[in-house]
Design a protein around this ligand. Structure first.
Ligand SMILES: C[S@@+](CC[C@H](N)C(=O)[O-])C[C@H]1O[C@@H](n2cnc3c(N)ncnc32)[C@H](O)[C@@H]1O
Length: 280
């Protein structure tokens, strides 16, 4: 691959998804994009680059972006955030939302669905306390392919073995040949939407809890700031944001701050009038 083709595709990826690719990742570009070239009946990577130069089909651009994103995920990923949701976030929301009995949760880069389904499973543990409440989980990703997998909710043995305790597997999944499908009740708790974090999130509404984990790490500094500001704008003044363990808001936005004693959890920086309104 020549340098001009590498730069052109990096620019496209950055514009479309915020993804930054270092020059030493040229091999990754070729290996991941060769199957895309084949799908589009282009014989080589050079032909793919040529097709992009003469004005690419938007579906081809989408295939390229999807091929380059990392979709790694698993149930109850990193463990601790889900303990924090169970022990700290949900009790706080049950208390703070007792008046309107409504909670909205956003899994903002949900990949194949393990993250929002893990949250949904936690909610079933406190089903009694939530009787009469309206709890909505919105899960989004830019990849239509990942969303289709998430909606189907069917996972391989390997995928369910990663992070999912056997008791939860037996309780919430049914076996379909060598795969496992999460049951309809849990699937019905999550509403999926195709959404690019680079876009304006205001149409998604306001959220009490946002999980935006393990996606900022792939984006450039400027895009991280923009995404975090966008998320902050969609959070209730007393809402919570989880980032991945390797991610932070520090140096990226002044609209969010870490919560003392809660690793990877952030809260909006609330102006005095908003704080009074939230308390009232
Ligand atoms: C590594 S996965 C993380 C999944 C899950 N949040 C977790 O922590 O296990 C990153 C996901 O971010 C998605 N993604 C990457 N760039 C995005 C963007 N600009 N907008 C929305 N989703 C994006 C990818 O498609 C991928 O599914």
């Amino acid at each position: 691959m020549n340098r001009a083709d590498f730069d052109m595709i990096c620019k496209l990826l950055r514009e479309q998804s915020g993804l930054v690719l270092m020059a030493d990742k040229a091999y990754l570009l070729e290996s991941r994009l060769l199957p895309v070239a084949r799908k589009w009946k282009l014989a080589t990577f050079d032909d793919l680059a040529k097709a992009l130069r003469i004005g690419a089909d938007t579906a081809l651009v989408r295939d390229i972006v999807q091929a380059m994103t990392t979709n790694e995920t698993f149930f109850f990923r990193d463990g601790r955030p889900f303990d924090q949701i169970r022990d700290f976030i949900l009790p706080a929301l049950l208390k703070n939302r007792a008046a309107n009995r409504r909670i909205r949760i956003w899994s903002a880069a949900c990949s194949s669905g393990q993250e929002p389904y893990s949250v949904a499973i936690l909610l079933t543990d406190i089903a009694e306390a939530l009787a009469g409440w309206k709890v909505e989980i919105v899960a989004s990703d830019l990849s239509g392919e990942m969303l289709a997998r998430a909606i189907e909710g069917t996972y391989s043995q390997f995928e369910v073995q990663r992070g999912l305790p056997i008791a939860r597997l037996v309780k919430h999944f049914r076996q379909l040949g060598d795969r496992w499908q999460i049951n309809e009740q849990i699937r019905g708790m999550v509403r999926y939407r195709e959404f690019n974090l680079l876009d304006d999130p205001s149409s998604l509404g306001r959220f009490d809890l946002v999980l935006c984990r393990n996606v900022l790490m792939y984006l450039d500094h400027e895009t991280r700031s923009k995404v975090l500001d966008g998320i902050a704008g969609q959070m209730a003044p007393d809402g919570f944001l989880f980032l991945g363990g390797a991610e932070t808001v520090l140096g990226l936005t002044d609209r969010l701050q870490p919560i003392d004693g809660q690793r990877a959890v952030y809260a909006p920086v609330v102006s005095a009038p908003a704080a009074i309104a939230a308390a009232g």
